[in-house]
Design a binder for this molecule. Structure first.
Ligand code: CP
Length: 329
């Protein structure tokens, strides 16, 4: 494993709640730590003792495949004890509140809670009441910071410096926590972001994050080095925001003819889950331009890095508390 120089780490965050709370240095530190863990996950024995004795609880109040599985694997690879909280068999179902649930999880001496929740702000809410660390694994249409960290890691791994990189993010921007976190992370790293979608799915507030906005997918395609496709989030939508899936596919669906008008070295990304035949066909999702499964692999290394850095901050705090106790402060 590439040596991690613990004493040089600047990360001091107790929680990872959103990209909005991070600096460019924080993001680069997650990336450099993830590069070290990428080497670990390719070994025959894919395990390090960094979180031995720590307890990580995955609390997913909303469905997930990639994020939940990769957090579980990441915690196991770091030798933590991992508890996957089963919401459907819990006292949530008897009306226990989120806050009471996490206070009880913390009372069992948990160190890190990974929360996915349908309500924006849920991770911030619990973080305000807990002394253990909280990771936001997606809160409503607000933020999904580890997705943005793994996406930017994937681009940096592939391309190196991404300053000035033209990135087109297209689809249902309005309901996408991925879009918000990704725009923030890409802008911190100096990339040029254009957002594209029907006006009803593209709120102007995104311009304040430093992105350009267009509704013309065909016009934007030739300039993009990276095209990041987003699915329509039916579960978060009111009806009538666009005429129908057929209309969406004809205006914003990637296809072979559109791909032929892109740069020959264009990169196609998607956070998943993909709707084959809607955002893109299988020939492109599984084709040579696609980094979709590399994003998933990198998600494991990035989530190991996030767990490592949060634990590093906890160790620093614990050392300080012990030192103060010894000095009688
Ligand atoms: N990209 C992502 O968050 O996927 P899951 O919902 O499967 O975790």
């Amino acid at each position: 494993m590439t040596m991690l120089q613990k004493e040089k780490l600047q990360w001091s965050h107790q929680h990872l709640l959103g990209i909005r709370e991070l600096t460019e240095i924080d993001i680069r530190e997650v990336h450099s730590t993830a590069f070290a863990f990428k080497e670990v996950i390719r070994r025959r024995i894919k395990k390090v003792p960094a979180l031995r004795g720590r307890t990580v609880v995955n609390l997913f109040v909303e469905p997930s495949t990639r994020t939940r599985v990769s957090f579980e694997l990441a915690a196991q690879r770091m030798s933590a004890d991992v508890l996957n909280f089963d919401v459907s068999a819990s006292s949530f179902k008897k009306g226990e509140s989120l806050l009471d649930t996490v206070l009880n999880i913390q009372a069992l001496q948990s160190d890190i809670i990974v929360l996915r929740h349908p309500d924006a702000g849920a991770a911030h809410l619990i973080a305000n009441h807990l002394s253990c660390s909280v990771i936001n694994a997606g809160d409503g249409a607000h933020e999904h910071p580890t997705q943005a960290l793994l996406d930017t890691f994937t681009l940096v791994e592939k391309l190196g410096d991404i300053t000035g990189l033209p990135v087109l993010i297209s689809g249902d921007i309005a309901h996408s926590r991925v879009a918000r976190s990704l725009v923030l992370a890409l802008r911190l790293l100096g990339a040029e972001v254009t957002l594209c979608g029907p006006a009803t799915l593209l709120p102007q507030e995104f311009v304040q994050l430093g992105a350009s906005v267009t509704h013309d997918f065909d016009g934007a395609l030739p300039q993009a080095r990276v095209i990041y496709l987003l699915r329509i989030q039916h579960e978060r939508q009111q009806s009538g925001l666009f005429p129908g899936i057929g209309e969406f596919i004809s205006l914003y669906g990637m296809n072979e003819e559109r791909l032929s008008r892109c740069r020959p070295d264009v990169i196609i990304m998607h956070p998943g889950p993909i709707n084959r035949g809607v955002e893109l066909p299988s020939s492109i999702a599984d084709g040579p331009h696609s980094l979709i499964l590399e994003q998933v692999t990198n998600g494991l290394a990035v989530r190991m890095a996030v767990l490592y850095l949060l634990n590093h901050a906890r160790l620093k705090t614990e050392r300080c508390s012990r030192a103060s106790a010894r000095s009688g402060a």
